[in-house]
Design a protein around this ligand. Structure first.
Ligand code: AR6
Length: 186
């Protein structure tokens, strides 16, 4: 399952897969505010990245305190094929009236801005907040893709490729359908 399209000066790719296998400049981790390994995609990234990722994340936590929702920090990729891991904290879903869409969009933007500041060319995202944090995937997909589209269209020199690596068929389908709605101008 794969879909690819040009957006602004960049490329948007949707694939089904395991983000820890992606050989991109940076993969994004859907982290907790403490930057500890946790479960889900975060547990997988720390496991495969090894102690260098976990130790650097712990050092950042000690130096700057807990991460606020929507913020992002960067560590080495350790043993991962990706060179870097960008850790961000998505919102917990509380029904949609607690600023969840804005916070989710902010998380994507923070990662993209960090990637651009560091001169990274390819970045891969998981579906932030749609696991343990409970954000309905259809809604999250739309917020995520709108945030990426705005970034790719609005930046004179954006990253070259933004990839979403979706773990389940249903997640891939949700992102693919959300993109159809967005690109169709709905
Ligand atoms: N590659 C790509 N996507 C994955 C992978 C993988 N290897 N593993 C899981 N997913 P979740 P959240 C998908 O729960 O909802 C952690 O414990 C998964 O199917 O990992 O943002 C943190 O420490 C789902 O679609 O993250 C936080 O406390 C998506 O990744 C909390 O969970 C996100 O699911 C963050 O919750």
């Amino acid at each position: 399952m794969r879909f690819e399209t040009c957006v602004g000066k960049g490329k948007l790719v949707l694939v089904k897969g395991d983000i820890t296998a992606e050989a991109v400049d940076a993969i994004v981790n859907s982290a907790n505010p403490e930057l500890t390994p946790g479960g889900g995609v975060s547990g997988a990234i720390h496991r495969r990245g090894g102690p260098r990722v976990t130790e650097e994340a712990a050092r950042i936590r000690r130096e700057r305190g807990r991460l606020k929702t929507g913020e992002a920090v960067i560590t080495t990729g350790g043993d991962l094929p990706a060179k870097w891991v960008i850790h961000t904290v998505g919102p917990v879903w509380h029904g949609g009236e607690k600023g969840e869409p804005e916070l989710l969009a902010k998380a994507y933007r923070s990662c993209l801005e960090l990637a651009r500041e560091r001169g990274l060319r390819t970045i891969a995202f998981p579906s932030i907040s749609t696991g343990v944090y409970g954000y309905p995937v259809e809604r999250a997909a739309e917020v995520a893709l709108r945030a990426v589209k705005a970034f790719l269209e609005g930046e004179p020199e954006p990253v070259e490729e933004v990839r979403f690596v979706l773990f389940f068929d249903a997640d891939f389908t949700a992102y693919r359908e959300a993109w159809n709605r967005i690109a169709g101008g709905d």
